[in-house]
Design a protein around this ligand. Sequence first.
Ligand code: MN
Length: 238
Amino acid sequence: MPKNDEMRPVIPALALPSLPVAGGGVFPVGRVICIGRNYASHDREMGGDGRQPPFWFTKSLPAIAVAGGDRPREVAYPPHTTELHHEVELVVAIGGGGSGLAPSETLGRVYGYAVGIDLTRRDLQRDAKRLGRPWSESKDFDGAAPVGLIHPASQIGHPKSGRVQLEVNGEVRQRGDISELIWPVSDLLARLSASFTLRPGDLVFTGTPSGVGPVEPGDILVGSAEGVPSAVRVLIGE
Ligand code: MN
């Protein structure tokens, strides 16, 4: 066999999803990491006491849906659920790597910010919690992570307060404030880097405020975060 044939892919290589960046260029996504229950109000609505240490779950690359355009991005209603829920979240796009970072070191590793929706098959998540099983099936499916346009921190800074909101068909369903994060972005990334090596291309979903609820085919979701100029827009498909 010729030597240059040894590295030939034997199946089609997965194309890495890339998110458009405001002002030009794209952000190639390598991984999606999400924090659970990072707003006290949402922790309480899910039955917690509002004071839990952070915990993480991940979504794989086929979950990414590029949803930063003026027109909503259609995401198919996933199979095997009758309770698809929205969770609007501030999303951090990591531009520099590192592990064991101090909170003061973390913001320097942030490339920028976007708004995302952590779509969740809530019925499957409830079963998983009850049975002590992983959350993957409830959180990680095609289109489960719509993300809007990324805005570089060099242009918008690091939002530390401001309204986070989700509207369904023009009606406000979730409203919180970035200042209510139990673990603010700098602390969150420090905690995260104690367990994982952060890499350029990581996307970190920072948690959702209270008001999560079901969506139906035909619904239009618009998520926004004050300080991040672009919304995330999704049309739930059939
Ligand atoms: Mn979430």
